[in-house]
Design a protein around this ligand. Structure first.
Ligand code: HEM
Length: 547
């Protein structure tokens, strides 16, 4: 057949003109709805092409929030490609969306593909009707009783952390706090939820750790995929586009099958997460049969990735800040030592709960560095904004700028300042409840909050009671990446050693040790320790370690 180039060019030209007109019509959506908005440009709307990201979804959403706020708008609209995005600014409206009118916003509108990519069908991604029963079954795993029963396991992992710190102190004198934190939290999640001894300290490149790292790895390919999944979810579903790398899916599916088989074939019966998943898979122990093997493996993957990276980033930000403020660090250390002393020299669950100043520091770190900087909801039925004539249509994506709210001087004056007093009981009480959104809000918030806080506080108590940390390079400035789904230190996530806060370790038996915190060269921030005599370390360990 003869190729008629003029016809092809003509058809293409018509297609492009139609697309431009379609885009222009689409970009009038918020005008038609009489909603204030930011001007969009063809074809990306207000966001960026995935291969040339300068600011990323989070920073752009924060900029839009700031623009609306400055103009006194309570909300406004934007576009990602041709898709309208609704951005609330007013905190009462945010509260309606998260809590009071949750029934209109039960989903995040995340892409998943149960057929091609069964592990993507997990609690975080699934839609409201599937989500509710699963969440109801999973939530009790985080009850106070369960947390207390997991505490000794967390402490065992803390014991391994203490040994690793001492080893690093003696051998190199510094460490990457993010790497150390990720090893520790992977060990904790493995032990508490999957009855696994992961041993990341002894074997830092084990398969689980390697795949978990890859999960958060950035790159153009991944950016393009996320862009496609967000912009054309139906087409992606049709084409069987994968959310999770096949290698990771295969690893988790195989590993989890082995773990399930082992537990099912043994006589061991524990009341833990693993057993809960087995019961939901088999319909045993009065549980409805509601998960396939792959879906159960998907929940395992979610627990690992939701639990380890968030908490290790939290540790990174805390130590970056207290590495620069020795007074604050001393105050935390004193509190830790006081609580341990009160509890017969032991780190107990109650001792950890009593470390309230530490909680303030931790919370302020998560205020200044919100690990999930944008929260998402999907409008599942038409929603009339209270007191206004505007209706947010079913299918509209809602983006809540956590970063914008956390850095809004109306709620947090001098937002760049790190000030744990912002979270004193009185100051907390005086603020709107939706000003702190690091763990999300409402029925679809993070169920792992208390566990995440507990594992991080145990690590911090263990790290602070005997050691002091200072920045290696005082001029180091922590750069954050806009390209990751999480707010993370800039650099290649797969190579933690090149982009993380490094900390130097100083044994600190009697508060009088010299310390120096140095950041490593090449954009590394390290906490560094100074070296006490061997005797001091031994005495220190024998006084405070109770394992
Ligand atoms: C510092 C630690 C953590 C932070 C900052 C964090 C943050 C978040 C955020 C922002 C969300 C979304 C909430 C929303 O949309 O309203 C979320 C959801 C979730 N998180 Fe966490 N998280 C942390 C630790 C954990 C841990 C330790 C686990 C489990 C072991 C966990 C499991 C989950 C799950 C399962 C969801 C999905 C909930 C649902 O859709 O029903 N998280 N987390």
């Amino acid at each position: 057949m003869e190729i008629r180039w003029p016809d092809i060019f003509l058809s293409l030209g018509v297609l492009i003109v139609c697309l431009i007109y379609y885009g222009k019509w689409k970009y009038k959506y918020w005008i038609r709805k009489k909603v204030p908005h930011v001007e969009a440009s063809f074809p990306m709307g207000n966001y960026e092409v995935p291969w040339a990201i300068k600011q990323g979804l989070h920073q752009i959403t924060t900029n839009i929030y700031n623009e609306f706020k400055a103009k006194g708008y309570k909300y406004g609209g934007a576009y990602s490609f041709f898709r309208p995005m609704f951005i609330p600014v007013d905190l009462d409206l945010v509260k309606h969306i998260f809590i009071k009118d949750f029934q209109y916003f039960t989903e995040r509108g995340m892409y998943y593909n149960g057929k091609a990519d069964p592990l993507s069908e997990h609690l975080f991604n699934i839609e409201g009707t599937k989500w509710k029963p699963l969440r109801n079954h999973i939530s009790p795993i985080f009850s106070s009783g369960k947390l207390k029963s997991m505490f000794s396991t967390v402490l065992d992992c803390g014991n391994d952390l203490a040994k690793q710190i001492e080893k690093l102190r003696v051998t190199q004198g510094y460490m990457s706090i993010r790497e150390l934190g990720a090893h520790y939290t992977t060990n904790v999640i493995g032990a508490c939820f999957f009855d696994l001894k992961v041993n990341c300290f002894e074997n830092p490149t084990n398969e689980l750790r390697r795949h978990n790292r890859t999960f958060f790895k950035n790159g153009i390919g991944k950016a393009m995929r996320i862009f496609s999944l967000r912009s054309f979810p139906s087409l992606c579903k049709l084409l069987g586009v994968l959310v999770i790398d096949k290698e990771i899916t295969d690893f988790y599916a195989k590993a989890m099958k082995e773990i399930f088989d082992y537990r099912e074939s043994s006589d061991v019966k524990k009341k833990d997460f693993l057993q809960l998943l087995i019961d939901m898979k088999n319909g045993t122990n009065n549980k409805q049969k509601m998960l396939t093997l792959e879906q159960a493996a998907g929940q395992c993957l979610l627990f690992f990735v939701a639990g380890f990276e968030t908490s290790s980033l939290a540790m990174t930000y805390v130590f970056y800040e207290i590495g620069q403020d020795q007074e604050m660090q001393d105050k935390m250390r004193e509190e830790v030592r006081r609580a341990i002393k009160k509890h017969d020299g032991k780190i107990t669950y109650d001792a950890i709960m009593e470390m309230t100043y530490m909680t303030q520091v931790f919370t302020e770190a998560l205020r200044k560095y919100p690990i999930v900087p944008t929260l998402e909801r999907l409008t599942v039925k038409d929603y009339k904004i209270p007191g206004e004539d505007v209706v947010i249509e079913k299918g509209t994506k809602v983006l809540i700028s956590v970063q914008g709210i956390h850095h809004d001087p109306d709620y947090f004056p001098d937002p760049q300042k790190f000030d744990p007093e912002r979270f004193s009981p009185e100051n907390k009480q005086a603020r709107h409840p939706c000003t702190f959104l690091t763990f999300g809000e409402g029925p679809r918030n993070c169920p792992g909050i208390r566990f995440g806080v507990m594992q991080t506080k145990v690590a911090m108590a263990i790290m602070l009671k005997d050691y002091r940390y200072t920045l290696h390079d005082k001029s180091f400035k922590l750069n954050l990446t806009n390209k990751s789904q999480l707010l993370a230190p800039d650099g290649e996530v797969s190579n933690y050693l090149n982009n993380c806060v490094y900390i130097n370790i100083v044994s600190d038996f009697n508060f009088l040790c010299n310390y120096r915190l140095q950041f490593c060269k090449n954009n590394r921030s390290d906490l560094q320790f100074s070296y006490p005599s061997q005797d001091e370390t031994l005495i220190s360990n024998s006084v405070y370690y109770n394992y």
